[in-house]
Design a protein around this ligand. Sequence first.
Ligand code: ATR
Length: 282
Amino acid sequence: MNITAQTNICIIVGDPVGHSFSPQMHNAAYEALRIDDQFIYVAAPVSPGELGDFVKGARAMHIKGITCTVPHKETIIQYLDSIDETAQKIGAVNTVVNENNVLKGYNTDWLGILHPLEKETSLAGKTVALLGSGGAARAAAYAVTSKGAKLMIYNRTLEKAQTLAKEFDAQAFSFDERDSVHQADIIINTTSMGLHPHESETPLPKEYITNKQIVFDVVYTGTGPTRLLEEAQIQGAKTISGIEMLLHQGFEQFRLFTGIDAPQEAMRMALMENLNKTDSYK
Ligand code: ATR
């Protein structure tokens, strides 16, 4: 252990937070780059009522970097000094950097969607079918429309899809109309279907998926592909796991906290080693 009185603290806060793999990913990266004397990454369960006090404490302790996860990504904004323009547009912050006790909020979740997709295809002119209208859907909507994709949003609560569609110049559909996803080049699932304890659920009958499509499931499991991705593979589609989103948002966050490019393989190995054997996440 190389921790000294000079070591910078980074921390993830959420409610709950115990399932997070961010500490293993970031600490493995510090070790790989031999900067584990300069940085350590820990976690703290912080309830919604405690968030304001937490930010005060983080300022007093000169915490270097904060990762916010559910349910703090929107509510933390009021306690920060400034917000990056992209995080503003998405309406959520998952990364806070402390520069000389000025706390600035960023969003790296959208890059967790964008970078894995761009490894497979260019987005300009493509049609994307987005399932869901929660926080993950907002990051996905920003990612694909920022690169010129046409967006179709499907949600169980139609009004939420309509609100999101207005903001991102997309078309809104009810969840019952999702047979039309066969027209899309890319399908992104951000609903909780497939998420622990609903591993047997899938948001789409497999007949709606074609071998010309890319299917990205933001949900991931420790044990293998989600049912959606398993069936997409059977249909001959290309698939992208939510593990990629977790990794790619983490790579960018690492760079914001340390100023150094992330050691991607070290972070990937740490995540794969630590993925829980039974649960699933998003
Ligand atoms: P996150 O912030 O992680 O995206 P969220 O805000 O809880 O999570 O959003 C969950 C999404 O999954 C919502 O779009 C939700 O639909 P509603 O807006 O109608 O609630 C969707 N969802 C959850 N369970 C679902 C189900 N059984 N069938 C269809 N959609 C579901």
